[in-house]
Design a protein around this ligand. Structure first.
Ligand SMILES: C[S@@+](CC[C@H](N)C(=O)[O-])C[C@H]1O[C@@H](n2cnc3c(N)ncnc32)[C@H](O)[C@@H]1O
Length: 253
């Protein structure tokens, strides 16, 4: 599995065709042409989603999708959770957030389940994001999400906000959720993202040279989750067709 197998995010050619110019946050407009959502869900394990019985009286199960792009994966994640927890039949709701307003507009326009999937245009690291998400939870009489999905977003947070930003990001997700699913981009994608910017004659990521968390991002993410956030590993999947693993962790207490 080398760079040549990769499509989309790590392969400059395929995305430059449809997303010319400099992409700084991973807000590709045609992301799901290269990363079909159905294939991504196939990698998810079953039977790990309700570690504790749903204590909520109305059996409400809430999920957060951070960096949801145009929503395709969010829609399918909800269906997956419904199917995999069908025995207990919780009422499943998902909220997808993304900082790109055009992507959020697309996600809303095509939303097949507006009754239980919602989208908000938010920068996850902004001041008001936590408040808005806590408001969403409060309306469901919950204090935390049962699960937070962070698919292919950690590299963009890391490149734009540095090592401290990556730590802050994961801490915030963990504060908000009982379980976290992370699909980190491998280190070679960092180099490709930087090269794309330079080719587009745009300024390189200013913090890239200062990063101390270099090489195998999943190792650093595991350290942050287990040492700083007090989460423990549930499982780590084998790499998928394009070489990405899913890291699944849960709150210890
Ligand atoms: C490469 S896409 C991944 C999309 C989706 N999670 C998936 O894997 O199918 C990364 C997404 O994260 C979003 N993003 C990056 N930084 C963000 C931030 N600080 N807050 C919210 N969304 C962000 C981008 O706009 C982009 O849509």
């Amino acid at each position: 599995m080398g760079d040549s197998d990769d499509t989309g995010e790590c392969d400059e050619k395929s995305e430059e065709k449809t997303d010319p110019g400099a992409i700084r946050h991973g807000n590709f407009m045609n992301y799901y042409q290269f990363h079909p959502a159905e294939e991504r869900v196939r990698q998810l394990p079953r039977g790990v989603w309700q570690r504790r019985p749903v204590a909520h009286p109305a059996r409400k199960y809430a999920g957060l999708d951070v960096g949801c792009n145009a929503g395709d994966l969010t829609y399918i994640l909800r269906d997956f959770l419904e199917e995999t927890m069908s025995q207990n039949q919780p009422e499943i709701s998902l909220i997808g957030i993304d900082l790109d307003p055009i992507l959020i507009e697309r996600a809303r326009e095509r939303n097949p389940r507006p009754d239980c999937v919602t989208f908000e245009c938010l920068d996850f690291l902004s001041e008001d994001c936590g408040e808005i998400l806590r408001g969403y939870l409060a309306r469901m009489n919950k204090t935390r999400f049962d699960v937070a999905f962070c698919f292919s977003i950690t590299m963009w947070i890391h490149l734009n906000h540095g090592d401290d930003g990556l730590e802050a990001f994961l801490r915030r997700v963990c504060e908000l959720a009982e379980m976290i699913v992370v699909e980190p981009q491998p280190w070679r994608c960092y180099r490709n993202a930087s090269r794309r910017l330079r080719r587009a004659k745009s300024e390189d990521f200013p913090l890239l040279k200062e990063l101390k968390y270099t090489g195998d991002p999943s190792k650093h993410i595991e350290n942050i989750l287990t040492r700083l956030c007090d989460f423990r590993r549930v499982t780590v999947t084998a790499g998928n067709d394009w070489g990405r693993m899913l890291l699944i962790y849960e709150r210890k207490s």
